[in-house]
Design a protein around this ligand. Structure first.
Ligand code: SAJ
Length: 429
């Protein structure tokens, strides 16, 4: 399929939508981005992207300069003028842990107003199984066009790791589930254009929706297993990360790394979509639910470590607000819960994060301080494995209580230097 005279409309220009748009545009395909955020649209049209992702800025700048990429808030216009439309909008959860499909539905409401014969609509947003069939398809058919005949519909999940998105988007295998063969074929032609990875077609849209949720739920459950194993190791004076590394030498073992909880906009969210569909059909999702509870309990475990080794601690520094190392994303960060617990327990709390702006840090009701300043507190809790923290030296924190939630420091080195070093899965009574 030749895309020279094709316009691709991308609904949602966030952490996945913008890289997708930029990669397509740098393959000389005309891309028109659609986003409700005027600031996002303005920045993109100036060749600027408003979040950190290695390599993305130059791709956006190049594509905009060469007139292959532009953006607008006029969603209907994007639908009316595009041949292929990709929906990559957020799918958060409500307080009750049910899927919030507001953005997907809003995108489809606009798409149906501009849908034309021959159009291909691809949903990339992570959605509960059966969303494509039961919500998206009927919505788009309100245009009067028939799915599979007049227009084509498929689901293809994004699977790019933040901070390595450009590489993964152009090398990872791509999963495709089409409403029918033609939908799947057209989608495969598009993605084979931008990724060197395998194109894997599964039976249908719902199957592809399920693949995405299984990938992330696999990760959440395995992290929960490692967190539970770490708590047992603490009781028997075993270093959890040492034994996990040893166990992973087994060719069929891949234990994940214990930590302070699971953040990001995917791993802690996607399992609830499976719990929801299970409950809808009278199934239990016990292991998936319990894993979510274990991971969400880890900030309390960090507080337990502090109270257990608290010798006159009154001031605490939280090192790391981002949900994981070397990213600036704070969505669902475990640090939020930890800070709430520390404040409830009347500790004086400050925070530091080299990747997150002070004004974002201070939305967590803590003062953002310089790194040197943060090392003056009685207790220092490392919550995020940013590279900066890997260079911490014992002499910088001589008389402090260190609680590390990520295996980035050599505990024995700190203890031999007289530092009270404790860690998830590695404490010395
Ligand atoms: N974490 C652990 N232990 C581990 C691995 C991660 O505690 O062994 C924690 C991290 O600290 C972080 C959270 O889990 O707080 C999530 O980190 P992550 O790297 O597992 O996940 P994301 O959200 O950055 O990216 C994931 C990826 N999915 C998988 O690895 C299966 C990515 O490929 C997806 O595209 C992304 O979710 C998504 O968008 O769904």
């Amino acid at each position: 399929m030749n895309f020279d005279n094709t316009q691709i409309g991308i609904f949602g220009l966030g952490h996945i939508g913008l890289p997708t748009a930029a990669i397509l545009a740098n393959n000389n395909i005309h891309v028109l981005g659609a986003d409700v955020n005027e600031n996002t649209v303005k920045n993109i049209n100036q060749g600027i992207c408003n979040f950190e992702e290695p390599g993305l800025n130059s791709l956006v700048k190049e594509a905009v300069k060469n007139n292959y990429l532009s953006a607008t808030t006029d969603l209907e216009y994007v639908a009316k003028t595009s041949d292929i439309i990709i929906v990559i909008v957020p799918t958060p959860i409500f307080e009750n842990k049910k899927a919030d499909l507001t953005y997907v539905i809003s995108a489809c409401e606009n798409i149906k107003k501009g849908l034309k014969k021959g159009n291909l609509v691809i949903i990339e947003s992570t959605v509960p199984p059966e969303t494509g069939l039961n919500i998206v398809k009927p919505l788009l058919e309100e245009s009067g066009l028939i799915c599979g005949e007049d227009f084509y519909l498929s689901y293809s999940p994004e699977r790019a790791l933040p901070n390595n998105t450009i590489y993964e988007m152009t090398h990872n295998a791509r999963i495709i589930g089409g409403f029918n063969e033609k939908s799947a074929d057209l989608t495969a032609q598009l993605y084979s254009y931008i990724t060197q990875g395998e194109i894997i077609k599964v039976k249908n849209i719902t199957s592809a929706e399920m693949v995405k949720l299984m990938e992330n739920t696999y990760r959440d459950v395995n992290i929960a297993l490692s967190n539970e194993l770490a708590k047992i190791c603490e009781k028997i004076n075993v270093n959890a990360n040492e034994v996990i590394s040893a166990a992973n030498y087994h060719p069929r073992v891949n234990l994940h790394t214990p930590g302070p909880g699971v953040g990001g906009h995917c791993i802690p969210i996607d399992p609830y979509f499976l719990i929801e569909i299970a409950e809808k059909y009278g199934e239990t999702a016990t292991l998936i639910s319990d894993s979510r509870m274990i991971n969400d309990s880890m900030p309390e475990h960090v507080l337990d470590l502090l109270t257990r080794f608290d010798n006159n601690v009154s001031s605490v520094s939280v090192l790391g607000i981002a949900y994981k190392g070397n990213v600036d994303d704070v969505r669902e960060t475990p640090s939020k819960k930890l800070i709430e617990l520390l404040l409830e327990n009347k500790y004086d709390v400050v925070a530091h994060d080299p990747m997150v702006k002070d004004e974002i840090i201070e939305t967590f009701n803590v003062k953002s301080v310089e790194y040197e300043e943060s090392l003056k507190s009685d207790c220092i809790i490392i919550m995020t494995d940013h590279d900066l923290y890997k260079d911490l030296k014992p002499e910088q924190v001589k008389d402090k209580l260190i609680i590390s939630t990520k295996p980035i420091l050599d505990g024995d080195e700190f203890r031999e230097a007289g530092v009270n070093y404790q860690a998830i899965g590695d404490i010395v009574l």
